[in-house]
Design a protein. Structure first.
Length: 382
């Protein structure tokens, strides 16, 4: 997806017909008299795409990543690099880790700002181009790190480049900050009156409990997931992942470990805004890593977990003695967040609300969960 071009054309990124190549999310809501009776979620993403990687050399598989994944392509590539390096016994140097972490961060910020200006603050659409330009500058400065880890000429100039990118980001984010940063209302966040009214209306209804949050940096959860990847039903598990049989939610909500106070919908939107406005500070923490950090992985051979805008992305690879792919598995954030029994279903199913409020409430939640593919919402009467 060319985000800058899409914004310029004014086209919609969501609620469109599903793409036969990338698939999509179909949400069907059954309404009975005065409440939502049932919520069905059908994910048609081509989850068996990793079969294409089998018996191919790792360099060819890595070259395929950007063309196969339009959204979060940087995250997919870096997760693949780290998984392959782990499987091959190649250590990621600290400098390369810093460069890759910066690229992951930059892509996540681009995706988050895109979601913000598309769904919640369209008056800021013109400022999206500055974020895209900054991301492209990150890619230009740090592109040398996107090969299998080894000493490169790019390492010498990495720290000055990171410092420069951090300074540039501060200027990029300034226009998205409220004039009165001491304020805490939705209006001071730059939301239009229409969006504020929508959120207020949606917040009146007592949503059900969301799924538990996912934390793959916690060894027990990661072990449970990796055990499921060894089972005969592993391919289906990648499409509908669970932790101990229960769906989980990933993304900024899980990262911030928020205990919702007041309106759940408003709290979720604030979590997006918080990650955007604190971006310069968070990038500075990556830049400072050379002072105290060590390069670390998951500790599991052939496995990598990276954090993207929408949540945790897991890659697991096994190589044969020719350095070809014997097995490859991917679990993306959308598979967690749009599990048929996940947060969208548990928050909406059984909810009492008027018929004319079903669409705005459901669409708001879908946008906050932010699938990485197109989606459709269908309402039917029981």
């Amino acid at each position: 997806m060319n985000i800058a071009a899409e914004l310029a054309a004014g086209s919609k990124a969501h609620n469109t017909a599903t793409n036969p190549l990338t698939g999509g999310i179909q949400v069907t809501i059954c309404y009975n008299r005065d409440h939502i009776k049932a919520v069905e979620i059908n994910n048609t993403r081509p989850f068996a795409v990793t079969r294409l990687f089998r018996e191919k050399p790792v360099d060819r598989v890595l070259a395929m990543m950007p063309s196969l994944f339009y959204i979060c392509g940087m995250g997919q590539l870096i997760a693949a690099l780290r998984a392959v390096e782990s499987a091959a016994g190649i250590s990621e140097t600290l400098v390369i880790k810093q460069a890759r972490d910066t690229l992951l961060f930059a892509e996540s910020l681009r995706e988050q700002v895109f979601s913000w200006v598309t769904n919640w603050a369209p008056q800021h659409k013109s400022r999206m181009s500055n974020v895209v330009d900054w991301f492209n500058q990150c890619r230009k400065q740090l592109d040398w790190s996107l090969t299998l880890s080894s000493a490169t000429s790019g390492e010498a100039g990495c720290q000055p480049a990171l410092e420069q990118l951090a300074r540039q980001l501060e200027e990029v984010i300034k226009p998205l900050l409220p004039a009165n940063q001491a304020g805490s209302s939705l209006a001071t966040m730059g939301l239009s009156t229409q969006v504020c009214q929508l959120l207020k209306a949606c917040g009146k209804y007592p949503l059900g409990l969301a799924a538990k949050t996912l934390n793959l940096t916690e060894s027990q959860q990661l072990t449970v997931v990796l055990t499921s990847l060894k089972a005969a039903e592993a391919e289906q598990f990648c499409h509908q992942p669970t932790v101990n049989g229960a769906p989980a939610e990933t993304g900024r909500w899980a990262r911030q470990n928020i205990e919702a106070r007041g309106f759940l919908i408003e709290s979720r939107l604030r979590s997006l805004y918080r990650e955007i406005t604190t971006a310069p500070m968070r990038l500075r923490s990556i830049v400072r890593q050379h002072q105290y950090s060590q390069a670390e992985g998951t500790g599991v051979r052939g496995c990598s977990v990276v954090e993207t805008a929408r949540g945790s992305l897991l890659h697991k690879v096994e190589l044969d003695n020719r350095n070809h792919v014997a097995k490859y598995q991917i679990i993306a954030p959308t598979e967690w967040n749009f599990h048929p029994q996940g947060s969208l279903k548990t928050m909406l199913e059984g909810l009492y609300l008027p018929w004319d409020q079903v669409t705005p409430v459901a669409e708001t939640l879908i946008k906050l969960l932010d699938p990485c593919v197109s989606w459709q919402l269908e309402l039917v009467h029981a």
